[in-house]
Design a protein around this ligand. Structure first.
Ligand code: GLC
Length: 450
């Protein structure tokens, strides 16, 4: 049974949150405070709580209505990271719900459907055990739960037990990933569907998944093939070429393992060792010395995928990697206007890559536009390395775009235009970025090219 409160008030709320953030009466865009309030309104409107028919309670933020109605793993982690600034109790409830969506063996799904079963049109594309009737997918998404747990615990003085209450479950989760998703035991997790990274249609997967890539008709066959093998990554990696040791997934995996090691006094050492192994393998196997980019390893031959997407820059966030390697990512990529230095945010694909498309596409995402979680991962690392001015510029540009267009799924990196879903939860990460900025970025005057 869904509680009444969970359904009614939000049915039409997306209309309210879909507009840009209203300018002041004299036409000037509003400031940071207003962006913060608007973020809270988005998360509020997308909040769902109740009880599934089998009695299991849930409380989470759906990414955006009406398009994204379920609970997505990485979206939920990002939402909780923002909720902790407003209502830490909701942040904690969201992460606890995510754990509850998992299995006793430590598996946690990419998507939990709760009271909103997958619609027939999309059901064939979900990595579920049967096409209909499942409560969640049998696939994973970029596993940052322990990192989100630590960040929420830091702002939970009212619930000091939160930091450690889930350690057994978190250990099980990361043990499951290590056991089931690292078939060649090199410290890198393997993904078996493109959307397991969260970067569904990234051009880096075009050559790997070919006619079976995300949202192509062949994708339905790929899902069916996985079903027949019970989503067993070991069997899939042994028999087929369509699987990836993904840089972004493994960067977040290493960050989460580090967080778990800090949370867990007793067993922390094991997870710190695993994190170090993942970082070392990224450095050894994925770093392309010629370009300084970190490239995915695809298929049984572990061939490097030479497409420049933001995932190739993600190791910048790993503070344990050599400073020279990290600085090179900033100097040669993020500061280069031909590559990742854009008018607005950080583009998801290098502007000099032939696949780069800055605008909206109905079926494809992550092919060029700027998403706020890209900046959320990379900007703090830029600050840490001393690139304050550039970090402020990036955050300020996103703040102006959000002021003008509201919290949209992504933004055109050249014009700042807000695109795709409206009232999109992940984009409220801007609030977290604004709180880290030492000076309040100016949200006026409006961008030149809007
Ligand atoms: C899209 C995004 C993915 C996100 C999901 C729900 O599929 O590509 O990253 O998790 O929407 O918001």
């Amino acid at each position: 049974m869904r509680s009444r409160a969970a359904t009614r008030p939000w049915e039409f709320a997306w209309r309210r949150t879909s507009r840009g953030i209203e300018p002041t009466p004299d036409g000037r865009p509003r400031g940071v405070e207003h962006l913060t309030e608007a973020a809270k309104r988005v998360l509020d409107a997308n909040w769902r709580e109740g009880q599934r028919a089998d009695g299991v309670p849930y409380a989470f933020t759906c990414p955006a209505t009406p398009r994204y109605r379920h609970q997505w793993y990485w979206d939920s982690c990002f939402h909780a990271i923002v909720w902790r600034h407003f209502e830490p109790a909701r942040a904690r409830a969201e992460l606890r719900t995510l754990l509850r969506a998992g299995r006793l063996d430590g598996f946690i799904p990419h998507t939990a459907f709760w009271d909103w079963p997958a619609r027939w049109r999309r059901a064939p594309f979900y990595g579920t055990h049967t096409m209909f009737g499942c409560s969640a997918t049998a696939t994973i998404q970029t596993p940052l739960l322990a990192l989100a747990w630590e960040l929420v615990a830091e702002l939970s003085p009212d619930d000091p037990g939160f930091a450690t209450e889930a350690l057994p479950a978190l250990r099980l989760h990361y043990d499951w990933l290590d056991r089931e998703r690292d078939p060649d035991r090199d410290g890198l997790l393997t993904i078996i569907l493109p959307d397991e990274s969260g970067l569904d249609d990234s051009p880096k997967y075009d050559g790997v998944f070919g006619w079976m890539r995300h949202y192509r008709p062949g994708h339905v066959w790929l899902v069916e093939r996985h079903r027949r093998l019970g989503y067993d990554a070991g069997k899939i990696a042994e028999r087929y070429e369509e699987h990836v040791e993904d840089v972004l997934v493994n960067v977040f995996y290493a960050l989460a393992l580090r967080a778990l090691s800090r949370l867990d006094d007793e067993h922390g050492g094991v997870y710190a060792q695993r994190a170090a192994r993942t970082e070392a393998t990224l450095l050894e196997r994925c770093l392309d010395q010629r370009t300084g980019l970190f490239l995915d390893l695809a298929g049984r031959g572990e061939r490097r995928v030479a497409v420049s997407t933001w995932s190739a820059l993600a190791p910048l966030a790993l503070t344990g990697l050599p400073v020279g390697v990290r600085r090179r990512l900033v100097e040669e990529q993020l500061l280069d206007p031909r590559r990742y230095r854009a008018e607005v945010g950080i583009p998801s694909v290098s502007q000099d890559d032939p696949s780069f498309e800055p605008g909206f596409s109905l079926w494809r995402c992550w092919r060029g536009p700027s998403w706020v979680n890209i900046a959320w991962l990379l900007v703090p690392a830029m600050r840490e390395l001393g690139y304050q001015e550039e970090a402020d510029r990036i955050v300020g540009s996103l703040a102006r775009a959000a002021t003008r267009y509201g919290y949209r799924e992504y933004y055109n990196p050249r014009t700042g235009r807000g695109l795709a879903a409206r009232g999109f939860g992940i984009s409220t990460l801007l609030v977290d970025l604004l709180r880290q900025a030492q000076t309040e970025p100016s949200v006026a005057p409006p961008m030149m090219h809007l």
